[in-house]
Write a protein that binds this ligand. Structure first.
Ligand code: GDP
Ligand code: IMO
Ligand code: MG
Length: 434
């Protein structure tokens, strides 16, 4: 199996970074295909902690190519800061490659992101304010900058002359603050990015395809999660990219038949950052307990994540659209203080039971969860035995919980993550690249 995509099956923060880091030992390329520095992927290796936003998780292991694909949005200024962070933590970015077609996030996009939220009034999306939405808007409107522009002075001057007056008017109209650039100072800023990062910019679609032709192993690193997908998520409370498996093809520049497998990452409970409906959400002390136990605070914004029980209506929706060939269940160790664990398998909407996630957010707001109660493994804490002995060492109730997920999703749980560290991973399959 030379290519595998890792996709979040809920609302992001499922532990994708950790799973990608575990799997990429055997990979040659790790490719981001959508999103930008709204992502926050944590990788813990011994006493080293990497918090990655725009960089692919592959930068953590030496000798890998870490590719930022054409479907992403890139903040070059932030990327320089992140490269410094990785180098300080002992990593290297020698293998970094940035698609010449990746869209660039500019200062004005961040300002417009904040302003748009104000216009949404009482119903903000709760974005990360990283400028993700406005950057994708400009891409679709065909007035965005691309990484490759940084290498062509004529293109850059021509685009700046066209885009800058337009953006200045937009900022003024939306009372979003000053642009802060003249055409000349923006040109200088952007050519300085080109000088520092130009060596990494290339046609990454050719790179990925040639690597696959050569039998190399390619891991596609999803950001956000299925429920934040622009088309199939809880619109308008979503991000602005295609977060599902289909996004791999357009966002990395490969044909659909080149994707061999899709791993869905399922957190053993559910979290969500930002606004929007959340059927299994807990309230008050119950929510706080899970939030604190799971350390559920955002890597990118520091916001507390909303918490609730596992919702398999959500994960089944993701599975239908992504075609998971494997599941990784993460953070199951966090659930070790409950006698009973409710798992949602259906919704009741206006008196009718359904297994399907509704397209309308209003309907979703009226949905009531129907739970199956699973027995908990209260008090279990022996991660060390599990790291040594593997799956057999898990408590019986935890195995039942995993088997229930497998039955409901009709997909094997090949990985069980019992802690944040690379070693705290049970791998029931092992031969990922054969
Ligand atoms: P991502 O955005 O999907 O990569 O996930 P984040 O890094 O935003 O959030 C996941 C958090 O859970 C991080 O702090 C990880 O270190 C941590 N984590 C990942 N897997 C596990 C696990 O199995 N158990 C525990 N306790 N923590 C985990
Ligand atoms: P990772 O890759 C969780 C959420 C924001 C907001 C919505 C839109 O770490 O799982 P945006 O800034 O993208 O326009 O915000 O999407 N969001 C995430 N939530 N994990 C993420 O990434 C997220 N990236 C964006 O909180 O609700
Ligand atoms: Mg995250």
């Amino acid at each position: 199996m030379p290519s595998l995509a890792v996709i979040g099956s809920q609302w992001g923060d499922e532990g994708k970074g950790k799973i990608i880091d575990y799997l990429d030992e055997g990979a040659d390329l790790i490719v981001r295909f959508q999103g930008g520095n709204n992502a926050g992927h944590t990788i813990i290796v011994g006493d080293r902690v990497f918090k990655l936003h725009g960089l692919p998780s592959g930068v953590v292991r030496p000798g890998k190519l870490a590719v930022i694909g054409n479907g992403t949005v890139v903040n070059m200024e932030d990327l320089l800061g992140e490269i410094a962070h990785v180098e300080e933590a002992g990593g290297s970015v020698d293998g970094l490659r940035i698609s010449d077609s990746a869209a660039l996030i500019m200062d004005y996009h961040e300002k417009l992101d904040g302003a748009e939220e104000k216009y949404r009034g009482k119903k903000p999306v709760g974005t990360t304010k990283k400028g993700i939405g406005p950057t994708y808007q400009d891409k679709i409107s065909r007035i965005g900058f691309r990484a490759g522009d940084l290498l062509e002075e004529d293109t850059l001057r021509e685009k700046i002359a066209m885009v800058l007056p337009y953006k200045k008017d937009m900022l003024a109209l939306m009372e979003a603050g000053e642009c802060g650039y003249t055409a000349e100072s923006l040109f200088e800023k952007m050519t300085s990015w080109g000088k520092k990062l130009g060596k990494y910019i290339c046609d990454t679609s050719v790179l990925v395809n040639e690597s696959l032709d050569a039998g190399k192993n390619v891991l596609f690193e999803g950001a956000q999660g299925a429920m934040l997908d622009i088309d199939h998520g809880t619109y308008p409370f979503v991000t602005s990219s295609a977060t599902m498996a289909g996004g791999v093809c357009t966002g990395a520049g490969i044909a659909p038949n080149r994707l061999d497998g899709v791993m869905g990452v399922v957190k053993a409970y559910t979290t969500r950052v930002g606004e929007g409906p959340f059927v299994t959400e807990l309230r008050g002390e119950e929510e706080k307990k899970l939030q604190i136990k799971g350390g559920e605070f955002g890597v990118t914004t520091g916001r507390g994540r909303r918490c609730g029980w596992l919702d398999l209506v959500v994960v089944n929706h993701a599975n239908r659209l992504c075609g998971f060939s494997s599941i990784a269940v993460t953070k199951i160790d966090v659930l070790n203080d409950y006698e009973v664990l409710p798992v949602c398998t259906e919704y009741e909407i206006d008196g009718v039971r359904t297994k399907y996630f509704p397209g309308s957010v209003r309907k979703l707001e009226r949905a009531k969860p129907i739970y199956t109660e699973m027995k908990g493994w209260k008090g279990w804490n022996d991660t060390e035995a599990v790291v040594k002995g593997g799956y057999d060492e898990l408590p019986r109730e935890m195995k039942d919980y995993i088997a229930f997920i497998e039955k409901e999703l009709k997909t094997p749980v090949d990985i069980v993550s019992v802690g944040p560290d690379r070693d705290q991973t049970i791998d029931r399959r092992k031969n990922w690249w054969n």
